[in-house]
Design a protein around this ligand. Sequence first.
Ligand SMILES: NC(=O)c1ccc[n+]([C@@H]2O[C@H](COP(=O)([O-])OP(=O)(O)OC[C@H]3O[C@@H](n4cnc5c(N)ncnc54)[C@H](OP(=O)(O)O)[C@@H]3O)[C@@H](O)[C@H]2O)c1
Length: 279
Amino acid sequence: MSAQPVPTTAEPKAVPLPASDAEAVSPGPAASAATPRRVALVTGANRGIGLEICRQLAAEGVRVLLSGRSAPAVTEAARRLASEGLDVEAVVLDVTDPRSIQAAADGIGHRHGRLDILVNNAAIRVEPYGCGPSAQPLALWHQTFATNLFGVVAVTQAMLPLLRRSPAARIVNVSSLLASLGTHSDPASYAYSDMFKSLPAYSASKSAVNAWTVHLAYELRETGIKVNAVHPGYTRTDMNEGAGELEPGQGALTSVRMALLGPDGPTGQYVHMGRQIPW
Ligand SMILES: NC(=O)c1ccc[n+]([C@@H]2O[C@H](COP(=O)([O-])OP(=O)(O)OC[C@H]3O[C@@H](n4cnc5c(N)ncnc54)[C@H](OP(=O)(O)O)[C@@H]3O)[C@@H](O)[C@H]2O)c1
């Protein structure tokens, strides 16, 4: 089986963020005597990029709620980070289960009273590589969208009341370069290839996440809540059988950066390492 085709060496031309936006990223420790420690929820965080997002946010002084669908897995992952001296709490959260989502929201509300950062990271890639869209079973599309899109929408809607209690909440939707319709449809692009087209259901689910990002950012434009989509980079994780180009810690950087955006940072954008990607 080949790897997930996200060649960072051949990425589309990215538009740099305005200098003010780049400078607005504030990676310094969150807590001070005057400012309460920020609280972040990361979905699908027991392994892969999500685990590294938790590690990096906690290292920045954020109280991290490390969530996943398996209680033993999140307990073990949180224990590992806690053993490194990081402030991490395990939360059981299956993004496809409405009762699990509501229980998580209720628990966070009870224990923390608000949420400052939501990173929608959980996703699946269940289709085999290279199966054309005309031949893919519909069940595979349902399964993919249940986690990758409906999970994002459901978790975000459930957490929004808590996010609205934050003075400056941030929502980071972990998308993919495979979501980019601009690159997919350009015959002159490297993405106009069998390799880049090999995961239609996964790619379409991430394009839909991008659309959700744009619509939600618009709805929340007058609030302090910023909503952005990110491409983490082609990263060595279980999702692509360890075939990526980046280490998981590098794959976490863009999400962490967008989670810690300052007040002048962008909203409604699709970015990788501080640069915009064509939709
Ligand atoms: N790796 C790459 O090259 C790459 C490139 C572009 C975008 N991305 C995106 O980056 C994000 C992280 O991917 P990754 O590479 O770290 O993948 P991964 O190693 O396969 O990890 C996926 C995580 O999602 C969790 N998950 C799956 N279904 C879930 C559900 N129903 N509820 C809660 N958690 C669930 C998994 O939990 P279990 O352990 O319980 O299965 C796991 O913790 C994803 O959004 C992915 O699409 C990755």
